[in-house]
Design a binder for this molecule. Structure first.
Ligand code: MOS
Length: 724
């Protein structure tokens, strides 16, 4: 189905199942610990051997020798995979660094060997016996230093509108400040994990991955085999946050190991390897210049961001939201990329906007103070309903102002003192802050297969993944709504490369796009059912397991008959996304308490208001947003990969050293969804929301801390040493 015209009224609008806060249908599997994750596929690979990854001990240089003799002689050892015996490996499209290093080393903890043994403990013990000698090369590890080297280079992603420099120089009120955000680790609960088995030249992998089709391709390319020889399954994923968008070392090494060991091999990446072996959200340094007239109209908006990456890697696009969030005739945005020999930087939840808004939304708060304006009113005044770069291009839906106003009322924003350090309760300084939320709404084609059987059961198959987000449930709700059956009559099967290619889970597009694919397949199924029943498809209604048309009715089970009916379709998005700017909007409000003596920060309450199209399931959507708000608090107050700038690695590479919020850090959280449908976005009229929830949170916390204490911190995380 081509989606090239705004959606009109359709069966999804019945809202009998869609839009209801139904429990997750995979909930019982998760809460009873019976959902089979990739490392637990004893059922399909009972004789699997265990792999243990050895990571490079240097960040740059090469291996000069690797003595495996003691490891090979150790108890239980079956084989050791290294670049020497792995065969020629192709270069995939998505990864910058090779997933199996050696002899050249590109980053710390790059995998250099996989030890395979009868048990995990034997593999781990043998791995310690491998003796590696390295020749270390000089590397570049400090963004602040490397930043200087980018100044001479042409900016890779610049956009300029009007005369920024002139308008900024003439502006009645100016702001020119620099902000920084550190490297972040995805730190998801389930590590990278894979069980791999060969049958002749056919490879089967059970893995934990967000994008089944991308990763199947990538694995085939890297191994140099045809894609149709790879069967990849990722039905349950214990969190990804962008780290599992691409093929990772666990899956490649398990496949190589299973080939060399001639039996199935399972690999779960050890937690201490996760931060340096895989990707991370790159640190940024962001310079923001704002010019306004005395009334608060922004006349000049400048946002430049510096980040680093390995050669061939991309910059963190922290200026993305600045292209669209506020009006202003003269604009300059750009990213600069420095070469760093740290592990690879790549996507992490709301790449671009998440760190970008951490800077921009403090800058807006600072500008409001200089103008003597309420920061919320400054945002309202500078709202735009058109793409500032192309005024003919409107937003499909943009209700930022309503988010701001609704949130202000619900949160009690009016009670706030504009002057900082005015409210004291015992030993605590109390303050409130807010920020706008923005995240683009990307759409991408998505396919599904639906089957109606003789019992009237509807089965949906798509390679879409559920990374803890609720995909199983919203897909079941979509099929139930479309076919007029109760939720219990729908079976959803996900995450299998033998199923139609879906949008996958990334960039907050998964919910809207994958359900739109199911919608398309169900439209086809409705037609096929009507035809089988000999009834006109036009004007047919599907309710209570019955098809009714032209005064007659037939049960779905009867229409399907013994043989059942199977159809498949893919939703394809054309044109509309070019004609309209599609984004999601929100507002975050935060109250903090800061200890007057120790500067300890406690978040007291949080409110998010989101305008992001139709909410397919308010319960799972709320879970997404409160999870994102929690992650935003982590980014504001504690998350930071500490860089060893001499040796070039992230020092705090486990969950003891890399701090994320725990329950005690998170207070009352409230989420309000505006009642919105976006007919431009898809036939579901939904949009993404899982990444919107983190966007702006960090700045709202930092602004609240400023309001509480009068101390402006522009360098995240806002730890107590920066407040004293
Ligand atoms: Mo997302 S960072 O595209 O998983």
């Amino acid at each position: 189905m081509k989606f090239d015209k705004p959606a009109t009224t359709n069966p999804i609008d019945q809202l009998k199942v869609i839009g209801k806060p139904v429990d997750r249908i995979d909930g019982p599997l998760k809460t009873t610990g019976t959902a089979p994750y990739a490392y637990e596929r004893h059922d399909v690979a009972p004789n699997a051997a265990f792999g243990y990854i050895v990571g490079s001990a240097i960040s740059k240089g090469r291996i000069t020798s690797m003595d495996q003799s003691r490891a090979k002689a150790a108890p239980g050892v079956i084989a050791i995979v290294t670049a020497e015996n792995a065969g020629k490996l192709g270069k995939g499209e998505w990864n910058t660094a090779r997933l199996l290093g050696g002899p050249t080393i590109e980053h710390y903890h790059q995998a250099i060997a996989l030890v395979i043994a009868q048990t995990f403990e034997e593999a781990r013990a043998a791995a310690q016996l491998i003796k590696v000698e390295y020749a270390r090369a000089e590397g570049s590890f400090d963004l602040a230093t490397a930043r200087a080297s980018t100044e001479k280079k042409t900016a890779d992603r610049n956009s300029a509108i009007g005369d920024f420099a002139g308008a900024f120089a003439k502006a009645e009120v100016q702001l020119d400040e620099t902000y920084s955000t550190p490297d972040h680790s995805h730190a998801m609960m389930e590590p990278f994990a894979t069980t791999a088995a060969w049958n002749g030249d056919k490879l089967t992998v059970w893995t934990s991955n967000q994008m089944v089709d991308w990763t199947t391709n990538e694995l085939a390319t890297t191994l140099g085999i045809a894609k149709d020889k790879v069967h990849l399954m990722s039905p349950y994923v214990g969190g990804g946050f962008g780290a599992k968008l691409f093929l990772r070392a666990d899956a490649l090494l398990a496949a190589l190991g299973a080939r060399i060991a001639r039996r199935p091999v399972k690999v779960a990446m050890q937690r201490p390897l996760m931060a340096n072996n895989s990707t991370h959200r790159p640190a940024t340094i962001q310079r923001i210049r704002l010019g306004a007239n005395k009334q608060g109209k922004l006349t000049a908006i400048g946002h430049e961001s510096w980040s680093g990456n390995l050669v061939g890697g991309k910059p963190e696009n922290a200026v993305q939201q600045t292209l669209w969030l506020y009006a202003g005739e003269n604009r300059l945005t750009g990213t600069r990329l420095a070469q760093l020999d740290l592990p690879e930087g790549n996507a992490m939840r709301a790449p671009g906007e998440a760190p970008g808004l951490m800077a921009l939304e403090i800058a807006i708060d600072e500008m409001a103070e200089r103008l003597g304006m309420d920061p919320l009113e400054l945002r309202v005044l500078n709202d735009t309903q058109v793409d500032p770069a192309n005024p003919a291009r409107r937003f499909s839906e943009r209700r930022l102002i309503e988010c701001l106003r609704t949130g202000a009322q619900r949160f009690g924003w009016a009670q706030r003192s504009a002057k900082p350090a005015q409210r004291r309760e015992g030993r605590w300084w109390i303050g409130t802050g807010m920020a706008a939320a923005f995240r683009n709404n990307q759409v991408t084609k998505s396919g599904a297969r639906v089957r109606l059987d003789g019992r009237g059961l509807v089965t949906v198959e798509t390679d879409m993944t559920d990374i803890g987000t609720g995909s199983y449930t919203i897909i079941a709700q979509t099929a139930a709504e479309m076919m007029g059956v109760p939720l219990e009559r729908v079976v959803v099967r996900l995450g299998d490369s033998s199923f139609p290619v879906s949008a996958g889970s990334g960039g907050q597009w998964g919910g809207n796009c994958s359900t739109a694919g199911v919608y398309a397949a169900c439209v086809k199924l409705r037609e096929a059912v009507a035809q089988r029943a000999g009834l006109p498809a036009d004007g047919a209604s599907f309710t209570d397991g019955m098809l009714r048309a032209g005064g007659r009715s037939v049960s779905l089970a009867e229409a399907a008959g013994e043989s059942g009916i199977v159809v498949e379709d893919t939703i394809e998005f054309a044109e509309l996304s070019k004609q309209y700017q599609q984004s999601t909007f929100g507002a975050h409000f935060v109250e903090v308490a800061v200890d007057a003596f120790t500067a300890e920060v406690r978040v007291r309450r949080m409110l998010a208001v989101c305008a992001s199209g139709r909410i397919l399931n308010p319960k799972s959507a709320r879970s997404q947003v409160i999870g994102a708000m929690t992650m935003g608090v982590g980014a504001a107050l504690m998350e930071e990969l500490a860089v060893d700038k001499r040796l070039g690695f992230f020092v705090n590479h486990d969950l003891a050293g890399y701090e994320v919020p725990v329950h005690a850090d998170i207070p009352h959280q409230e989420v309000i969804f505006l009642d919105e449908t976006d007919a431009i976005s898809s036939p579901m009229k939904a949009k993404g929301v899982g990444e919107l929830g983190i966007c702006g949170v960090g700045a709202a916390v930092a602004n609240a801390i400023y309001n509480a204490t009068g101390v402006r911190v522009r360098d995240y995380p806002v730890t107590l040493d920066k407040l004293i």
